[in-house]
Design a protein around this ligand. Sequence first.
Ligand code: SF4
Ligand code: SF4
Length: 56
Amino acid sequence: MAFTISEECTACGECAGNCPAGAIAGDKKGYAIDAEKCTECGACAEICPISAAKKC
Ligand code: SF4
Ligand code: SF4
């Protein structure tokens, strides 16, 4: 299992600032999760307002 960010992402940046592992990075075009840094804590999935960050 892993966490990913889907194409629905609006690049609001909320998840990146709340990832305890610093695994999320991005810019105005979109955000992505570094699978090697992600500890699969689930915080991004909880905080994303449109559920674009989720377990896949
Ligand atoms: S699951 Fe946790 S560690 Fe992984 S990207 Fe989301 S907030 Fe970061
Ligand atoms: S919180 Fe959701 S919409 Fe915002 S940057 Fe993260 S994945 Fe994209």
